[in-house]
Design a protein around this ligand. Sequence first.
Ligand SMILES: Nc1ncnc2c1ncn2[C@@H]1O[C@H](COP(=O)(O)OP(=O)(O)O)[C@@H](O)[C@H]1O
Ligand SMILES: [Mg+2]
Length: 241
Amino acid sequence: MNPMNHTSGGGILIEGLRKVYGSGDTAVEALKHVNMQVAPGEVVGLVGPSGSGKSTLLKCLGAIIEPTSGRMTLGDEVIYDNGWIVRDLRALRRDRIGFVFQAPYLIPFLDVTDNVALMPMLAGQPNARARERALELLTALDVQHRAKAEPSQLSGGEQQRVSIARALANKPPVILADEPTAPLDSERALGVMRILNQMAQQAQTAIIVVTHDEKIIPTFKRIYHIRDGQTVEEAGEGRRL
Ligand SMILES: Nc1ncnc2c1ncn2[C@@H]1O[C@H](COP(=O)(O)OP(=O)(O)O)[C@@H](O)[C@H]1O
Ligand SMILES: [Mg+2]
């Protein structure tokens, strides 16, 4: 099946996306013409050298910055078409996109459980149910024994696993992960990829993982290479986890 053939039915579709930072002599064309498609239930890799536009692409798709032109579709809804179509970008980010950053950005004065439970609470879940969901995810990510600790008491790898639990908490249809396994050892990095793949299959989540990590690159069935702001698609090994 060529995934470029279907343009609806969920997932992510990016067409001719362009992003220019600044203007005039100092303008930087970070994305020239990006095309990308991720089906529901699919985990794709996004690989490219430093400065090639990977973070810019995730930030555009996550409605953190505004593209210059092109089109982006999430699920069956066009969210951007040479301008935002979706009015409430904050609700879009909260309910439909899970972010995993390279640095965990946990809230220092909340314990681990509440760092994760906060997301379903903000989306209107009762506190008890939100904490139940948090514990379920912390268990899946093997950090449940740190549930009552504060983020500063955790190792870097534990903090990263908590931030992944937080990204999964609202069962968003889309997850965007920017170098999520960089601070993790080999076994934990593969563990994270296993969870993302399970999540993709069970909840039909479309997932993009930006990475340089040689440990996880063989796990992708499909990889997009980005160079000078343009993407090229390639088949991956799709090694079983
Ligand atoms: N806020 C910004 N203002 C101006 N230029 C930027 C900004 N953010 C990124 N860039 C430039 O855009 C290009 C792509 O950056 P980025 O998306 O961060 O690449 P990557 O994540 O692949 O390393 C680089 O040339 C970078 O210097
Ligand atoms: Mg980057």
